[in-house]
Design a binder for this molecule. Structure first.
Ligand SMILES: NC(=O)c1ccc[n+]([C@@H]2O[C@H](COP(=O)([O-])OP(=O)(O)OC[C@H]3O[C@@H](n4cnc5c(N)ncnc54)[C@H](O)[C@@H]3O)[C@@H](O)[C@H]2O)c1
Length: 316
C-alpha cells in the first residue's frame, strides 16, 4: 500500500455510520489514521464502530451536524478523545424526495439545504481555526454530479450540492497558502441506502446518464477521497473531482495554460472563419446561422474558463 502519511493524523468523517462515509472511514483507518465517525444514527454508529475496531483506532460521536451547538460539542469530544482534527470529510447527506420544485414543501426543501450545505459550513467553520494554527489540514466535501449538472426532480439536492462546490472553491482560495487544502468530489449514482429516498424513475434516470452503464461503489469514492486526504495530495485545492463513470464530460478541462492554449487556437480559427462568413453573407445572415451551445463548465483555476459558448455554424 502507498504511504499516504496518515499514521499520525486524526480524521472526522460525518455520516460515517454507513454508505460512502463508512467506506471512507475504513480506507482512512487502513492508511493508519485515527478516525472519528460523526453521525445522527446511534445504533448504526455502534455497529460500525465495533466492526471497524479491528481495522484501526476508531471513535464515534452521536450528533446532528445541522445544529451549530451540537457540531461544536462534537468537535470538543473528538479533540478530547483523539487530539486535534487534521482531516475533515463532510460526507453526511440526504437526497430528499424526488419531486418537482413546485411540489416541494418549503420545510422539506430547507431540510435538504440544512444538512447538505449548511452543515458543511458549520463543520468547516468548527475545524478550520485549529487547522490554520497548526499549518496543516485536509478537508474533502462530498458534493455530487447533481451540483454540476442539476437533476430534474431534485432541485433542493442539486442546489445544495452546487453550493458545496462553490463553498469548496471559496474556502480553498481563502486557505490556499496555509497548508490546509479543501477539495470536493462529485459522485454520480453510488449504490447505498440513500437511493431508497429517491423514486425508482429518478434512480433509473440518473443511471441512464452514466456512460459506464452501472452504479458506482462506495469504495470507489473512498479511494479518491483517501488520496485527497493524504500527504500525497499537495497541489490541489478548491478543486472538484468527478467520480461518475464518465457522466460529467467537458470538451476542455480547466488545466491552466494548456486548456487556455487550446481555447486560444480555437478562438483564432473561429474568428477567421467568422470573418470570412461576414464577408460572404453579411452580419444579419450570420446571426441567423449561429446557434449557441453551452459546452463547458470547467474548474475555476487561473487561466481556465468558467463557461464557453461554442457557436455552431449551420452552413459549414
Ligand atoms: N449514493 C449516491 O448515489 C451519492 C451520489 C452523489 C453524492 N452522494 C453524497 O454522498 C454522501 C453520502 O451519501 P450515502 O450515499 O453514503 O448516504 P447514506 O444515506 O448511506 O448515509 C448518509 C449518512 O449520513 C447520516 N446523517 C443523516 N443526517 C445526519 C445529520 N443530521 N447529522 C449527522 N449525520 C447524519 C446518516 O445517518 C447516514 O449514516 C452524501 O452527502 C450524498 O449526498 C451520494
Amino acid at each position: 500500500m502507498i504511504d499516504y502519511g496518515l499514521s499520525d493524523k486524526t480524521a472526522v468523517v460525518t455520516g460515517g455510520a454507513r454508505g460512502i462515509g463508512h467506506a471512507i472511514a475504513t480506507r482512512l483507518l487502513e492508511h493508519g489514521a485515527r478516525c472519528v465517525l460523526w453521525d445522527i444514527d446511534g445504533k448504526a454508529l455502534d455497529k460500525v464502530s465495533e466492526q471497524l475496531r479491528s481495522v484501526g483506532s476508531v471513535g464515534s460521536v452521536i450528533v446532528d451536524i445541522t445544529d451549530p451547538e451540537q457540531a461544536t460539542d462534537a468537535l470538543r469530544k473528538t479533540e478530547g478523545a483523539m487530539g486535534p482534527v487534521d482531516i475533515l470529510v463532510n460526507n453526511a447527506g440526504v437526497a430528499g424526495a424526488s419531486k418537482t420544485l413546485w411540489e416541494c414543501d418549503p420545510d422539506e426543501w430547507r431540510q435538504v439545504i440544512d444538512l447538505d450545505l449548511f452543515a458543511v459550513f458549520l463543520c468547516c467553520r468548527a475545524v478550520v481555526p485549529q487547522m490554520l494554527s497548526r499549518g496543516f489540514g485536509r478537508i474533502v466535501n462530498i458534493a455530487s454530479i447533481a451540483g454540476k449538472e442539476g437533476n430534474p426532480n431534485a432541485s433542493h439536492y442539486s442546489a445544495a450540492k452546487a453550493g458545496v462546490i462553490g463553498l469548496t472553491k471559496s474556502l480553498g482560495k481563502e486557505l490556499a497558502q496555509s497548508g490546509v487544502l479543501v477539495n470536493a468530489v462529485a459522485p454520480s449514482v453510488i449504490q447505498t441506502e440513500i437511493l431508497k429516498q429517491c423514486s425508482k424513475e429518478h434512480v433509473d434516470y440518473m443511471v441512464s446518464k452514466i456512460p459506464m452503464g452501472r452504479m458506482g461503489q462506495a469504495e470507489e469514492v473512498a479511494a479518491l477521497v483517501s488520496w485527497l486526504c493524504s500527504r500525497q495530495c499537495t497541489f490541489s485545492t478548491g478543486a472538484v473531482y468527478d467520480v461518475s463513470g464518465g457522466r460529467a464530460t467537458y470538451w476542455l478541462l480547466g488545466v491552466g495554460g494548456f486548456g487556455w492554449k487550446i481555447f486560444e487556437s480555437w478562438a483564432v480559427s473561429a474568428c477567421f472563419m467568422r470573418a470570412l462568413v461576414v464577408c460572404r453573407k453579411g452580419l444579419h445572415q450570420l446571426k441567423d446561422c449561429i446557434r449557441a451551445q453551452v459546452c463547458l463548465l470547467a474548474d475555476d483555476r487561473r487561466g481556465s474558463l468558467d463557461c464557453l459558448f461554442l457557436p455552431k455554424l449551420s452552413f459549414f
